[in-house]
Design a protein around this ligand. Structure first.
Ligand SMILES: CC(C)(COP(=O)(O)OP(=O)(O)OC[C@H]1O[C@@H](n2cnc3c(N)ncnc32)[C@H](O)[C@@H]1OP(=O)(O)O)[C@@H](O)C(=O)NCCC(=O)NCCS
Length: 159
């Protein structure tokens, strides 16, 4: 089940976001829960941040936003992760399938995302989901525990 996140999801979202196999590929460096609260406040307030539950537990999340004006037929997927225990189970693919169905119903014709160039698992996953490489943002990303910048890749799928 996909639903908009609420502040009650703070602990579950924090635990998944900060997992050592997840946090290297999301937008923020590791931080204490007290600091993450402000990020969660923003995510919830955006009304574009969804959690995915299985058996009543949060097993994944993503942010889905629509562009505006002349780009309004496009949407952006970000902050996407599934629990490491759910990798390879098809959950991530089913989330993309659900997102795409909802977007198509709303007349959206283009879904974009960005990923780090050193995330081969995600790259392979998105290619299998029909996303194509569209461009590279050089040195756009930096983790606080590393001494080099990382490129970000822009991918999109036409719906
Ligand atoms: C990205 C993510 C959502 C994909 O979900 P998943 O369940 O792991 O994806 P799948 O297992 O269905 O597919 C991954 C593919 O990459 C392959 N793969 C795994 N490790 C790989 C590696 N090091 N190099 C290349 N391919 C790799 C898998 O074999 C699989 O391909 P296959 O189906 O052809 O065998 C999930 O791994 C995740 O949450 N990762 C952490 C957060 C993240 O990276 N989010 C993306 C931010 S843009």
């Amino acid at each position: 089940m996909h639903r908009l996140a609420t502040l009650d999801d703070l602990q579950a979202v924090y635990a998944l976001y900060m997992h050592e196999e997840v946090v290297p590929y999301l937008g923020h460096d590791p931080m204490p829960l007290a600091e993450f609260r402000a990020i969660m406040d923003e995510l919830v307030a955006s009304r574009s941040f969804y959690v995915v539950e299985r058996d009543g537990q949060v097993r994944g999340f993503y942010r889905l936003s629509r562009h505006a004006g002349r780009a309004r037929h496009g949407a952006y997927l970000g902050t996407f992760a599934v629990a490491p225990s759910e990798r390879g189970t098809g959950l991530a693919a089913s989330i993309i399938g659900d997102v795409v169905s909802r977007l198509r119903r709303d007349g959206v014709r283009r879904l974009e995302l960005m990923l780090e160039a050193d995330n081969p698992r995600a790259l392979r996953f998105y290619e299998k989901q029909g996303f194509e490489f569209e461009g590279r943002l050089r040195n756009a990303y930096r983790r606080s525990d590393q001494d080099h910048d990382v490129d970000e890749l822009l991918m999109a799928r036409l719906l």
